[in-house]
Design a protein around this ligand. Structure first.
Ligand code: PLP
Length: 374
């Protein structure tokens, strides 16, 4: 069903056909093995290969990633497991992989590992479609848009067109947008990848990841990698994730709308510099974002004068937890420079907008800015 709305799709995603006396969403199946006599043929044989709870969740995510289309989704124990599955199932010694310079902070570790296996890694920035210049002869292009935490955006269609012209596959880390905000497969990507630890599940209580592809051979490589490495989600996590998807549109809609309101309020504060939100018409990311995104995400980034001011701001917030990660129902914020992995100033704050009442959140941010700069 591609004609229904996002909210309707989210509440029904992946549900099996109704069966008398059965629950709407079947409970988690805890099984290391399944009864299996004769030839060892699936669907369910051994718990590292498949699980009925994953099947429901994979169907749900597939419906959100590519409504009305046949796609294959594979769920993983974390976003990093999903990212690694794409890169390590595709790249061989001698291949070239293009990564962003400003992507998720664990990508440099992935780079080291790829290079240790004899893969050449090139990097270029997300903004200005910088990766276009690094595509020559590449096997795989890795895009992260909007980038975390800088919130630069690249033109997925344009990069895909250039990559495919040279036989390069394209994977998009869609963690920040979620499929409610952006559908990489519609924009031509070969792999849509995400850390579902963030907005997809939204409660800050599970780690999960997924990869969705149209091409069944590419999907088979990803699934094979999951079997080899065993980076599988627990049935309880998979079930909780599916349960959380029902509220995906409600949560993301609310969070994105408050994020825009917060960004608009921060424009007015003289102590805030380097403000970024792709949905703000004055943001450098806006012209591309508005063409390819349907919602602009729950993360707002900005800079305060220095480390001390940022720390005082975070300590003064009452409704916002000082914590990493993003996309959750409860607002979180952190001084990103504390991790040391991102090219950001000491006063850089990544703010993840939750589902609180917008006026409460804005008032809290205003009083914390006052307190921090007093
Ligand atoms: N991709 C992005 C954009 C992220 O922000 C993160 C985590 O913060 C990951 C991937 C990794 O996800 P996970 O922590 O679920 O392994």
């Amino acid at each position: 069903m591609s004609s229904i709305g996002d909210g309707t799709r989210a509440v029904r995603a992946g549900l099996p056909e109704p069966q008398q006396y059965e629950p709407t969403l079947p409970g988690p199946v805890f099984a290391a093995h399944f009864h299996l006599s004769g030839e060892p043929v699936g669907p369910y044989t051994y718990g590292r290969e498949t699980n009925p709870t994953w099947t429901h969740l994979e169907k749900a995510i597939g419906e959100l990633e590519a409504p009305g289309e046949e796609v294959v989704t594979t769920v993983f124990a974390s976003g990093m497991a999903a990212i690694s599955a794409v890169l390590f199932s595709q790249a061989r010694a001698g291949d070239i992989v293009v990564l962003p310079t400003d992507g998720y902070q664990a990508l440099p570790l992935v780079r080291e590992q790829l290079e240790a296996y004899g893969v050449e890694v090139r990097t270029a920035p997300t903004g200005g479609d910088g990766q276009l210049t690094a595509l020559e002869g590449a096997k795989l292009l890795w895009i992260e848009t909007p980038s975390n935490p800088g919130l630069d955006v690249c033109d997925i269609r344009r990069l895909v067109e250039a990559a495919h012209a040279g036989g390069t596959l394209v994977a998009v880390d869609n963690t920040l947008a979620t499929p409610i905000g952006q559908r990489p497969l519609d924009l031509g990507a070969d792999f849509s990848v995400a850390s579902d630890t963030k907005g997809m599940t939204g409660h800050g209580d599970i780690l999960l990841g997924h990869v969705t592809c149209r091409d069944t051979d590419l999907a088979a490589g990803v699934r094979r990698w999951r079997k080899v490495v065993g980076a599988i989600p627990g049935p309880m996590e998979a079930w909780l994730a599916h349960r959380s998807l029902a509220t995906l549109q409600l949560r993301i809609e609310r969070q994105c709308s408050t994020a825009l309101t917060l960004a608009e309020a921060l424009v007015e504060r003289s102590e805030v510099t380097g403000l970024r939100y792709p949905g703000l018409p004055s943001d450098p990311s806006y012209p591309v974002a508005v063409r390819q995104m349907r919602r602009f995400g729950s993360v707002v980034s900005f800079e305060l004068a220095d480390r001390q001011t940022a720390e005082r701001f975070l300590e003064s917030l009452r409704l916002v937890d000082d914590a990493t990660s993003f996309g959750g129902l409860r607002s979180t914020a952190e001084r990103r420079g504390r991790w040391g992995g991102d090219a950001v100033s000491e006063g850089f704050v990544r703010f993840s907008v939750g589902a609180e009442d917008p006026e409460d959140l804005l008032a809290d941010v205003a009083q914390a800015l006052d307190a921090a700069t007093r």
